[in-house]
Design a binder for this molecule. Sequence first.
Ligand code: URP
Ligand code: ZN
Ligand code: ZN
Length: 470
Amino acid sequence: MNTLIKNGTLVTASETFKADVLVEGEKITRIGLNLTADSALQVDATNKLILPGGVDPHVHLDLPMFDTVSSDDHYTGHKAAAFGGTTTAMDFVVLEDEGFDHSVNLWMKKAEKSAIDYSFHMNLTRFNDKIAAEIPSLMKMGIQTLKVFTAYNGRLRLDDGGIFKALQIAKDNGMLVMAHCENGDVIDTLVQQALANGHTDPIWHAWTRPGWGAVDATLRVAGMAADADAPVYIVHMNMGGEVDMLKYARERGVKVMGETCPQYLFFTEDDLQKEDGAKWICSPPMRTDADNIRLWQGLHDGILQTIGTDHCPFFFDGTQPIVYEGKEIAIAGKELGKYNFTKIPNGLPGIQDRMPILWTYGVQTGNISANQFVAYTSTNPAKIFGLYPRKGALVPGADADIVIWDPQKKLKYGVAHSHQRTDYNLFEGWDIMGYPEKVFLRGKLIVDGEQWLGKSGDGQFLKRGEGEVL
Ligand code: URP
Ligand code: ZN
Ligand code: ZN
């Protein structure tokens, strides 16, 4: 099926202009004024914007955590993503004892139900000579990225020697290290002390994961990247001080890039003090108003490169079923930590919310331009993670992942609009102006207003090559 999208205004990472877009099969084939195509289905986009499909570089679908699993799988999470304008999502493979091949195969199996295109990052949560020797094989599988952690001692953390060697290997093989930056030793000490003193409320999650740890780890990781002459990407930046460290390192030529997420732009640790504070528990935690402002500045000034979601949803009350696609479902969630904050599964929903919320409260408010919005939510992640210009671009030859965006569409947002498989939405009751009207995945219309036309299995695994350093 060919489609001709007429009279829209294209918004790319660098330009805004009126043009028609011709889609033939799975690809964009022409962009220009007054296009005609006899056999194509015509879609009128007068007063609408045409955006490249969103690329979410950071999601956790079907992720086992504590005694449960993140509540969106590769179908429900992808469906929600599509309704929010995202057509590519990257999630993280858990490294099993059996090694990379086995771990990737397990994740491939989970992802068979994918509804949008996807690729994987590998969690590098152990390091030894055997693992080091096998890292280049990941690149052959199309997995170009390794996530390392400076926290979660005894579970996910690598020591600095491991992180440094991973950076060296990544550099030699055209790969990219992504770093979760917090201070694991400080966190463990504070958690022990908090529990010994009987502090079990959700706010202690934030108070035992202090922001200075994120700042010091960001600078430490940037320093190791400088010493290895390797690029590095700091995930889920949450502290104003991290933005300062990023700026400091980038000004000195270090190839360090940064991602933030909507939760760190809109919420603070005060949210964890609410009666339902567990809804806001994720790692790293929410910070302060001043940090929100500095992160916005970092986006406005181009110090940061991407906005992902770290979508990792859990039910607030997993004892009570919700109805999803006509079936009742309940998945254990935040209630697991009712009496102990350390048992609350870490993570939040956000894969659908990202683009509409950022449009309304980022672009409309003048914090970022419409072109920056496209850069941060689509083009830059595609470039950094080796998918550009197949993804993140409105150019002939690109995949026809296209969002027809209605900038006038108003709604009161919340679970009623969300396809995220959980029982709450962090943006419940927020006014939205600007929402996807139609979403195409490789030329196929998968979202048409409220209607879901996609299906499980529509998504393709994207083998990624070397990315760009932005
Ligand atoms: O709380 C979060 N973010 N859970 C997902 C794991 C991670 O570190 O990104
Ligand atoms: Zn992380
Ligand atoms: Zn994450």
